[in-house]
Design a binder for this molecule. Structure first.
Ligand code: FE
Length: 220
C-alpha cells in the first residue's frame, strides 16, 4: 500500500485549548470527529510528544475551536509549529479563557466547544482522547476550514506531530527556484517575486520563521 491511500481520508482544522495549572496553551489538530451522541462524544488524536497531551491528561479538559477558512496561516503557524513548553504560544492570538480555565480562540472561528475527557486509547505515537461535549457556541459562523483547503489554498504542511505527517515529500514538485521553510515545510515559489528579493524581515506565512530559516530546494 502507498501512503497516498491514507491520504484520501478527509479532515478539518481545529485549535485545541488546554491548561496546565494556571498556564494556558493550544495546539492545532486535524483529527476531531464526533463518535457518539446522547451525550455527544468526540475523539481527538494528540501526539505523545505534544505538550497539550500532558495538559489534557492532567486537567481532563480541553476546548475545540473550529477554524474557519478566514483563519490566517500565521495563527495556524503560531499554534501548530512550536511547543507550549518553549513559551507562550497564545501571546499573539486573540483568545479568551473560559470559567473552567481553558482558552478558546476568538478570531475567525466557526464555533467552539468545551470537552471533558471520558476515556483514552493509546497508539505508539498518539493518544486518542474520548471526550464528552459539555458546553459550546450557540451559533456557527463562516465556513469550516478543511485539511484539504489548508494544504491547497494556505499551502500549509503537516507538522511532525500530526498523525498524517509523511516523511517523504514528492521532490518532483520542487525545483531550484523553490525555497523551503526548514521549520514547517512551507514552499515559497512566487514567480513574480524571487525569494532573494524578499526583504530581510520577511517571515514564513505559515510558522513565522525568519527568511534565514529557508533553504533552496534541490532540483530533481
Ligand atoms: Fe514555516
Amino acid at each position: 500500500m502507498t501512503s497516498d491511500v491514507l491520504g484520501t481520508l478527509t479532515y478539518g482544522m481545529y485549535a485545541i485549548g488546554v491548561k496546565c495549572g494556571e498556564k494556558v496553551s493550544a495546539c492545532i489538530v486535524n483529527t476531531v470527529q464526533q463518535v457518539a451522541y446522547g451525550p455527544d462524544v468526540i475523539s481527538v488524536s494528540v501526539s505523545h510528544d505534544n505538550y497539550s497531551n500532558e495538559c489534557i491528561r492532567k486537567s481532563g479538559l480541553f476546548t475545540v475551536s473550529v477554524l474557519s477558512e478566514d483563519t490566517s496561516g500565521a495563527v495556524i503557524g503560531a499554534l501548530g509549529f512550536s511547543s507550549g513548553r518553549d513559551g507562550d504560544k497564545l501571546k499573539n492570538i486573540n483568545y479568551r479563557v473560559l470559567a473552567e480555565g481553558v482558552p478558546v480562540v476568538r478570531e475567525n472561528i466557526c464555533c467552539w466547544f468545551l470537552c471533558k475527557v471520558v476515556g483514552t486509547a493509546e497508539t505508539r505515537s498518539h493518544t486518542v482522547f474520548l471526550a464528552e461535549v459539555v458546553a459550546g457556541s450557540d451559533s456557527v459562523k463562516g465556513k469550516p476550514m478543511t485539511y484539504e483547503y489548508y494544504h491547497r489554498v494556505i499551502k500549509g504542511r503537516a507538522p511532525k506531530n500530526a498523525p498524517t505527517f509523511r516523511e517523504n515529500k514528492p521532490k518532483k514538485e520542487l525545483n531550484s527556484e523553490n525555497w523551503v521553510c526548514t521549520i514547517c515545510g512551507y514552499v515559497y515559489n512566487d514567480p513574480l517575486v524571487p525569494f532573494e528579493e524578499l526583504s530581510d524581515d520577511w517571515i514564513c506565512p505559515i510558522c513565522g520563521a525568519p527568511k534565514t530559516a529557508f533553504r533552496r530546494a534541490s532540483s530533481t
